[in-house]
Design a protein around this ligand. Structure first.
Ligand code: NDP
Length: 280
């Protein structure tokens, strides 16, 4: 079985399915994104995670179009830029993301709740509208805490399919992941390697040595065995390949527990309750 065939899919609450392992393009400059995405597609990734805020959707779209892989065989996620706070602006932005990404977006997310400056409900209504138009296929949220989800779920006509949040061994998010699961949302773990921070951790290095794997592979395996969706980022081909070779070994319950016990509530990114960045 090839590595591509080994990537499991997870069924979302709208009946669509998402490959559990993808490729993230945060912080890859637009001019490098086409090549980086092309490498990932060549290695076998069929799931790419981008955002309007990253400024590189067009690079992802170009790489998919030039790859020879059918657009229908690639799952592309994008996210609503924080600057589109009202319904009309959000609908226009979603249509533009779709144009940049080959005609539609597989999964479109509210990137940040921004509750200190805005009500997210008009933005959610826009995502519902975009899904009805067929411009985006699945819809969800990112960086939503349980209180945000309580409100969204009580008002939503269409329930969110995923919650994309920061998760890694130093921020294991047991409570929010349980909330997601109990409410039918799939958790997507962003910065799954904590941007490299956890790769020198003594416990992770020990588990990696005993498994004959790299620390990154062990951390990705931990996420996958927990059931979350991940999309590590790398502009280094050998790492892109390595991060894809995580389906031919298992971590024991003890190793899983030892990694989960590394939790220290450490965020590499902003706190979703206070983050209010709106670009020009
Ligand atoms: P990651 O946790 O994926 O870490 C990326 C870093 O780890 C890079 O410096 C990369 O280096 C390095 N790296 C990757 N693979 C390996 C490896 N095998 N061995 C050693 N080092 C490695 O960080 P990201 O923040 O990029 O998170 C992943 C994705 O999550 C993003 O690209 C984005 O799609 C999403 N995200 C979503 C957010 C949201 O708000 N919704 C916020 C942040 C991220 P190099 O590239 O130099 O090889």
């Amino acid at each position: 079985m090839s590595s591509i065939d080994r990537v499991p899919s997870i069924t979302l609450n709208d009946g669509r399915s998402i490959p559990q392992l993808g490729f993230g393009v945060f912080q890859i400059p637009l001019e490098e994104t086409k090549d980086a995405t092309a490498v990932a597609l060549d290695v076998g990734y069929r799931h790419i995670d981008t955002a309007e805020l990253y400024g590189n959707e067009a690079g992802v779209g170009e790489a998919v179009a030039a790859s020879g892989v059918d657009r229908e065989d690639v799952f592309v996620t994008s996210k609503l830029n924080n600057k589109h706070l009202d319904f009309d602006g959000a609908v226009v932005a979603g249509r533009q993301s779709a144009r940049d990404l080959g005609g539609y977006v597989d999964l479109f997310l509210i990137h940040w709740p921004l509750t200190t400056i805005s009500d997210f409900l008009p933005r959610w209504r826009a995502l519902e509208q975009l899904q009805k138009e067929g411009v985006v296929r699945s819809i969800g949220v990112s960086n939503f805490q349980s209180a945000h989800l309580d409100r969204l779920l009580s008002e939503a006509e269409i329930e969110p399919a995923v919650n994309q949040i920061e998760v890694h061994p130093y921020l294991v998010q047991e409570e929010l992941r349980r909330y997601d699961r109990d409410h039918g949302l799939v958790t997507e773990a962003w910065s799954p390697l904590a941007q490299g921070l956890v790769l020198d951790d003594a416990t992770i290095v020990r588990v990696a040595e005993s498994a004959g794997r790299t620390p990154a592979q062990v951390v990705l395996r931990w996420h996958l065995q927990r059931g979350d969706v991940v999309f590590p980022k790398s502009v280094t081909r050998a790492r892109v390949e390595q991060n894809f070779e995580v389906f031919d070994f298992d971590l024991s319950d003890d190793d899983m527990a030892a990694i989960t016990a590394l939790d220290r509530g450490h965020r590499t990114g902003p706190d979703p309750d206070s983050f209010d960045f709106v670009p020009e």
